[in-house]
Design a protein around this ligand. Sequence first.
Ligand SMILES: *Cc1c(COP(=O)(O)O)cnc(C)c1O
Length: 361
Amino acid sequence: MNRVFNFSAGPSMLPLPVLEKAAAELVCYEDTGMSVMEMSHRSPAYDAIIKAAEATLRTLMNVPDNYKILFMQGGASTQFAAVPLNLMKTGKADYILSGQFSTKAYKEALKYGDAQVVASSKDDNFSVIPQTTRESFRPDADYVHVCFNNTIYGTKYNYIPDTGDIPLVADMSSCIISEPVDVSKFGVIYAGAQKNMAPAGVTVVIIREDLLGNARPETPSMLDWKLMADNDSMYNTPPCYSIYMLKLVCEWVRDLGGLEAMKAHNEKKCAILYDYLDSQDYYIAPVKPECRSMMNVTFVTGDADLDKKFASEAGKAGFSNLKGHRSVGGMRASIYNAMPIEGVEALVEFMKKFAAENPKK
Ligand SMILES: *Cc1c(COP(=O)(O)O)cnc(C)c1O
């Protein structure tokens, strides 16, 4: 069977050369005589893998020396709790609501302290990114939390909020390594790996060192960033195979030219879709142009039955997982790093054909 163009929001497409490399060494990794899946995480071979994963990601993202990179478990959703547990000192934290995941993060923080919504685009159905200034935040807040790319709605921050001295915490699950970011502007960046970096199972946390060591006493050991940092992400068995895959993906990105090259590739891909969407009126793109995501492109026909038919016919034609998130409907094309240009070009051709064959009543 041929591989399809997989537009899934996550877990999502992985680069074919990465899958092929993993397949080639699946049974026997280098001269170890065993699979990476079978190795002790304390073995020299695995130690080299996890260190290379960390080093390659660090170089790709240009992570400054005073930041730790942690490989954790439980997905980005577990970090919704880890963030307040590790950072709430005064107990105050400011949240910007730009979609469903940031709302979940906020609700989780409410369990631990005085989390406050300081800006929200809920009234705009999350079709825009809320605007903030330094004055939007409480001066004594322990941190400000944002979701940088809103996977479900297809919006992204095109600027870094100015929080002054308050640490900025960003969920970058669906945009990490899609383009360069200035890590030094953030206190913490976290991301579930299954959108753009690896199969599910590993969560990356990048944290400025001076923010470590403030975990509340009741913090579960497994969520204590300092304990994880002190143990090089090996306090217990890490998600070994996902970390190995993350290493392969980061090497693939590096060999293609790094994050500048990814940005050019992703800008080109999303422009093909957005230019088409803006050139016609059969499909509607709900997101304001200045807030559009490069990774998750949402659109609707305006007719729920047609949307359903679109997703179903697209699936049969080899374009998988175009149905929008169950909470918003419509369509969503997730076009992470691994999606080739040809996938997006072919999708636009399919969209044209569908529009011609299914006139609106
Ligand atoms: C997918 C996603 C999550 C949830 O990630 P899990 O790893 O499933 O917990 C959180 N935030 C964003 C932005 C996401 O895209």
